[in-house]
Design a protein around this ligand. Structure first.
Ligand code: XMP
Length: 317
């Protein structure tokens, strides 16, 4: 098998993009993670000095990590001197997800609201092509029927043209490890090489049961704590999940009813298709537990997930 060369990959994608785009205007869906940033750089290299043909846009779903939108906007200003457009639809996502409990249903609703908005944004910025950072594991898992990754359209029977989208997905044949190799070769800021993968539907799938503004607030705060405590390069993803059950706890000598958070930290053994629980040092798990219990109101119990993938998936939903 031919060895993977990031430089060759980049120049091939630039060529393909040039003939595909044929002078048209492009909207690049930015998520705050590495995949979409790599897509953006490929497109930027392809259009050269015609920067005004590209509109990078982040859809504020209300389900993203703390400060993710602002920090990504700052990065675009500093590094590219290009304004990252924000399309704010937090209320629309929350109301569409109201009362929805089943993970696959959440994903389908998320997909629908997401692409409806992308399509509106494309019209509003007069763009013809949507570039997005779908990667190989998303496609494999969707095709195998394990999980519907919201961004996998063709392969799950959704015609992007139904949303009026001309789609360009340059990373479709790459694993996460290869995306990182390409990112290095493009000179992407090291922060984005270290950043943990975050699923497109965001906190919608890190909350079991109903997604409400109050529950998103809790999981967002807990996520900031968990991520800030983890720094081992062995860790692929480490995050909290808000469980659906309410349990009894004690606060100020009084019985209270509160929430349970499960902590999931994994190392991956074959890209993200296989994973094993990370053997987190006990002192670290104690510190994370203490911080969540003290800093996130309403949480009274913390569990540590020791399930490998398979049979568990990395995310709970
Ligand atoms: P699972 O939970 O299937 O996750 O073991 C494998 C990897 O995919 C991420 N993930 C998603 N990424 N859209 C994405 O772009 C999605 O709908 C989605 N669901 C899961 C997950 O975080 C892990 O890195």
């Amino acid at each position: 098998m031919e060895r993977f060369g990031p430089r060759k990959f980049i120049s091939k994608k630039i060529q393909t993009f040039r003939s595909f785009a044929d002078g048209k205007k492009i909207l690049v869906a930015i998520s705050g993670g590495i995949d979409s940033l790599v897509c953006f750089e490929i497109v930027l290299n392809a259009v050269k000095d015609q920067k005004d043909r590209i509109v990078p846009l982040i859809l504020e779903t209300g389900l993203l990590r703390e400060n993710e939108v602002r920090e990504t906007q700052d990065h675009f200003n500093k590094k590219y001197r290009i304004e990252l457009q924000k399309w704010d639809r937090q209320d629309e996502f929350l109301s569409a997800l109201k009362g929805i409990i089943l993970p696959e249903e959440k994903r389908k609703i998320f997909r629908d609201v997401f692409y409806r908005n992308m399509s509106q944004a494309m019209r509003s910025y007069s763009t013809d092509i949507l570039v997005q950072g779908t990667i190989l594991p998303d496609i494999i898992e969707t095709q195998k029927g394990i999980k519907l990754h919201f961004n996998v359209l063709h392969e799950s029977g959704v015609n992007p043209l139904n949303y009026g989208l001309g789609l360009f997905e340059p990373l479709k044949e790459l694993t996460k490890a290869r995306v990182r190799m390409v990112a290095r070769s493009l000179g992407i800021h090291p922060r984005y090489l270290r950043i943990q993968p975050f699923p497109g539907p965001g906190f919608a799938i890190r909350i079991s049961g109903e997604v409400t503004a109050e529950r998103v607030k809790k999981i967002r705060k807990a996520t900031t704590i968990v991520e800030s405590e983890l720094n081992s390069p062995k860790i692929f993803q480490g995050f909290p999940v808000l469980l659906v059950d309410k349990v009894t706890g004690i606060q100020n000598d009084t019985s209270v009813t509160g929430d349970i958070i499960a902590i999931r930290i994994v190392e991956v053994t074959k890209d993200s298709l296989l994973a094993r629980p990370y053997r987190v040092p006990w002192l670290k798990i104690e510190k994370i537990t203490k911080r969540i219990l003290n800093e996130v109101p309403g949480i009274v119990r913390i569990l540590y997930d020791v399930t490998p993938k398979p049979p568990g998936t990395i995310e709970f939903a």
